[in-house]
Write a protein that binds this ligand. Structure first.
Ligand code: HEC
Ligand code: HEC
Length: 360
């Protein structure tokens, strides 16, 4: 009896000891976060940063490691970067993305260039509102990383270096405070740093540091409708400078169907439930568009030539097709000029920026 009592006592000391060791296990690591100001090219708006997730060097570094880490997928085979690769301006250059089970989704991966500015919904249909909310989706999506948050959080807690990095980024005292919300915050911080370098030819031209060829200049005038004697290609209304997007939802007439109920992907209507939003998608940035093909939400067009031919045709009619999508009557040399101008939006410095690459 005495033996049992001693054992119980001993055992509870052990338990208490372990339990005690596990609370505040990170407290000895210093927490001195370094705030980061996101630098943006001249003429860009100030990027909105939520006060609930201020950007720090430590948070960005942690987010970068997580972004490239395959422990975010069930079988350790894929990370965020598998579908968002720097070389493709953070797309995967596939028509539609495939997840860890090799199952193809219905949509094309989106560029993360200047993603911190998106303030009217994320995804092609705008179903997430913030980067913090969006980052929770791919981990559990069955056609993406296909795992569960409890699994990922447990892996991160047991990891050799992550608990320390979470301490440095968020000041947690114990690894048990690691949560999916903190993982998402770190991912969001890293993604907000993915800003244009300002070295695209267009940006240098705006600053008088580069010259446009006559062809590029004609494309620029067509794109923004700057000369009454030159045709209007209407592009600038929906892909407006300086970000070359509008963060709004349009039907740009790519679908050869007659009725709003026939869209194979209902797009914005899946979020709003409004039939009139069927086939409307977010107008994405055209910056680095030369690097992100194939094009549109389902990757249906392989080349920019096909895209411009589509707009030139006026697209397929539905009741909600935007009136700016109309036959443009562009001649071959005008179509080529438009494409030459679009090439001036390519920012190779951005995709090569060392701080954006896989840290491993
Ligand atoms: C299997 C491929 C795949 C993986 C893995 C993946 N994504 Fe994506 N991502 C996509 C696709 C496809 C879309 C567009 C989906 C849609 O609109 O429904 C997208 C959209 C996004 C967007 C919205 C961009 C915008 O302009 O609205 C963000 C942000 C994003 N992903 C970040 C991430 C992060 C962070 C991770 C890792 C946690 C991740 N993605 C993992 C394929 C992937
Ligand atoms: C009425 C608004 C509107 C106008 C005008 C418009 N676009 Fe778009 N654009 C969109 C929308 C919306 C999408 C996304 C549609 C989708 O994926 O289904 C898009 C997609 C694109 C894409 C593919 C983007 C990607 O990431 O895959 C390119 C390239 C493009 N537009 C170029 C142009 C050019 C060039 C012009 C002028 C000739 C133009 N757009 C005029 C709204 C517009």
């Amino acid at each position: 009896m005495r033996f049992v009592a001693t054992f119980v006592l001993f055992f509870s000391f052990m338990m208490f000891g372990c339990w005690k060791n596990n609370t505040g296990d990170l407290e000895d690591i210093s927490y001195v976060p370094n705030p980061v100001d996101i630098e943006v090219p001249e003429g860009f708006p100030v990027m909105p940063i939520p006060s609930s997730n201020p950007i720090t060097a430590e948070g960005v570094e942690l987010g970068r490691r997580l972004f490239y880490d395959e422990l975010l997928s069930e079988d350790f085979s894929m990370s965020c970067s598998s579908c968002h690769l720097p070389v493709g301006s953070f797309t995967d250059n596939e028509a539609v993305s495939k997840g860890i089970d090799g199952i193809a989704g219905k949509r094309s991966s989106m560029s993360l260039l200047n993603i911190g500015y998106a303030d009217n919904g994320l995804f092609w249909d705008g179903r997430s509102t913030t980067l913090e909310e969006q980052a929770l989706v791919p981990v559990e999506d069955p056609i993406e990383l296909h795992t569960s948050w409890p699994t990922v959080v447990e892996r991160v807690k047991q990891h050799q270096t992550y608990p320390e990095l979470f301490r440095k980024a968020f000041g947690i005292k114990d690894r048990d405070e690691i949560s999916k919300e903190l993982v998402a915050k770190a991912l969001a911080q890293f993604q907000r740093t993915l800003v244009s370098s300002g070295n695209a030819k267009y940006d240098r031209w705006i600053r008088n540091e580069a010259e446009f060829t006559d062809e590029e200049f004609l494309g620029y005038v067509l794109f923004f409708d700057l000369d009454p004697n030159v045709k209007d290609a209407e592009c600038g209304h929906c892909h407006n400078a300086p970000l070359f997007n509008t963060d709004d939802y349009f039907n740009n007439g790519i679908e050869p169907i007659e009725n709003l109920s026939d869209f194979p992907d209902r797009g914005r209507a899946e979020v709003t439930g409004d039939e009139f939003d069927a086939g409307r998608f977010r107008a994405p940035t055209l910056r680095n568009i030369t690097l992100t093909g194939p094009y549109m939400h389902d990757g249906r067009f392989q080349t920019l030539e096909e895209v411009v031919d589509h707009y030139n045709s006026g697209g397929h009619f539905q009741a909600n097709k935007d009136p700016l999508i109309r036959p443009l009557q562009l001649l071959n040399h005008e179509k080529e000029a438009l494409i030459s101008f679009i090439h001036t939006l390519t920012d190779s410095t951005f995709i090569e920026t060392p701080q954006f690459q896989d840290p491993n």
